[in-house]
Design a protein around this ligand. Structure first.
Ligand code: GAP
Length: 423
């Protein structure tokens, strides 16, 4: 983990939030490479879940919602974690995280005593209004989900959807986590990518669609390069299920800190639509309350696990073997020497031309070895070098990140070559 955290800072993937003022616990800022990586991840999810499907539409709902939403959805009462306090040092922990409790107990010489667990609500409060004393207390959304539910009838009446259909959404959520930690894994501000898939209310339909979505989601992660051996499904026991879930299974990753959830598949039954008093009228005029199968993934957690899974060391060489579709920069262009005008101008032309279709890095500092080293750490799949032979025969070397092999490619064939390699 330390190596990943250090690489993220060094290469501009992820920095601690508000770092120059000592940080803000549980917040992280994505740097130049992290921001592109995150956008790639979101775009790929959107393409898979919305663009390529005819039974899913997307929304982008507000983060601030009428507090009634959270009362009706059950979050004001039930969106809690059990909190305990160490009586020696008054640090607070989640009572259900036994490992974290054990680790803390080892830091004290004397026997640690704990307060009895209390329910701690995770919703983050905010205040809206311009007159002091007359401000409305609201909550930043604890899950993006409710934005899809409260718009259920709007979507149904403004589009041509028919059951079964889904509402997809990507956006920020906020939780007052008791113990943020493990880098971005447990943050107080994070992003979710979710599908709420509405089906006919029926146990058998529920199982059919639950299994369908579970497999779709697992396949998506492996298609983008995560090693299947590092992934598993885990069923929730009854006592750990969220208040809205009839049934739940997580997709977990074998992280350095243990198997960890990064996407949940939930059968929410009619819990939410009933709570908001919403229903659907089908083509025959029959009114009913659909059930919901939900796939809820964390952008930050999956990004972290894509990074961990892609990280490899080959002697001194550190390589992020990210799937080309996820890699922030698809290609880097170098002039062999920064002080040879003909090389620089030829390389610039290639750089400007490839930039029309993809993210391209430019580097003319240091020697070629150092530039490869930096691009390997950044996960750039290909590096193009313009050398003296280029000036004679209009070819460049293209070096492959994963094999470190080089081949010569004609400049006018580069766009086609890259498109093939990156698909
Ligand atoms: N709408 C259902 C829902 O929100 P969840 O299991 O509470 O379900 C779904 O959250 C996903 O959101 C998790 O699998 C995780 O990837 C992400 N997530 C939840 N809490 C998080 C946190 N504190 N920091 C980062 N990601 C988080």
């Amino acid at each position: 983990m330390e190596k990943i955290v250090a690489l993220c800072k060094r290469r501009g993937f992820i920095y601690p939030g508000s770092e120059i003022y000592g940080g803000l616990t549980g917040t992280w800022d994505y740097g130049p490479l992290g921001a592109i990586f995150k956008k790639n991840l979101k775009d790929l999810w959107w393409k898979e879940m919305v663009q390529l499907r005819s039974d899913v539409v997307g929304v982008d709902a507000a983060i601030m919602m009428n507090p009634m939403v959270w009362e009706k959805s059950g979050h004001l009462k039930a969106f809690t974690d059990p909190l305990v306090e160490c009586k020696v040092c008054h640090q607070r922990f989640r009572a259900d995280k036994e490992n974290e409790i054990k680790v803390h107990e080892k830091t004290h010489k004397e026997k640690t005593e704990w307060t009895t667990p209390q329910k701690f609500n995770l919703l983050v409060k905010a205040y809206l209004g311009i007159i002091e004393g007359q401000q409305d207390e609201i909550y930043l959304r604890g899950e993006i989900t409710q934005g899809a539910f409260v718009n259920f009838e709007n979507v149904a009446s403004s589009t041509r959807v028919k059951i079964p259909f889904g509402i997809a959404q990507i956006g920020k959520a906020f939780r007052n986590e008791i113990t943020p930690g493990n880098f971005t894994f447990r943050s107080r501000e994070f992003e979710q990518m979710e599908l709420e898939f509405f089906i006919k209310p029926d146990e058998a339909e529920g199982d059919k669609w639950f299994n369908y979505w579970k497999n779709q989601r697992m396949n998506w992660y492996t298609s983008l390069g995560i090693n299947r051996e590092n992934l598993r499904f885990r069923k929730h026991e009854e006592k750990e299920r969220a208040h809205y879930a009839k049934f739940a299974e997580d997709i977990e990753y074998n992280a350095p800190f243990g198997w960890s959830e990064f996407e949940g598949i939930h059968n929410r039954g009619d819990f939410d639509l009933s709570a908001h008093n919403l229903s659907f009228i089908d083509e025959e005029g029959k009114k009913f309350t659909p059930w919901v199968i939900e796939t809820s993934g964390g952008i930050d957690r999956s990004l972290l696990f894509f990074l961990i899974d892609a990280y490899t060391e080959d002697g001194e060489r550190k390589v992020l073997k990210l799937h080309p579709k996820l890699a922030p920069y698809k290609v880097a262009v170098f002039p062999l020497l920064a002080n040879k005008e003909e090389l620089v101008s030829e390389a610039r032309k290639i750089y400007e031309s490839l930039k029309q279709d993809m993210m391209v890095a430019w580097d003319d500092r240091g020697n070629i070895g150092k530039r490869y080293f930096a691009q390997d750490e950044a996960g750039t799949p290909f590096c193009i070098t313009v050398d003296f032979q280029t000036l004679e025969d209009k070819t460049v070397t293209v070096r492959d990140r994963d094999t470190a092999k080089q081949e010569r490619v004609k400049i006018n064939e580069l766009p086609e070559y890259m498109a093939k390699k990156l698909s």
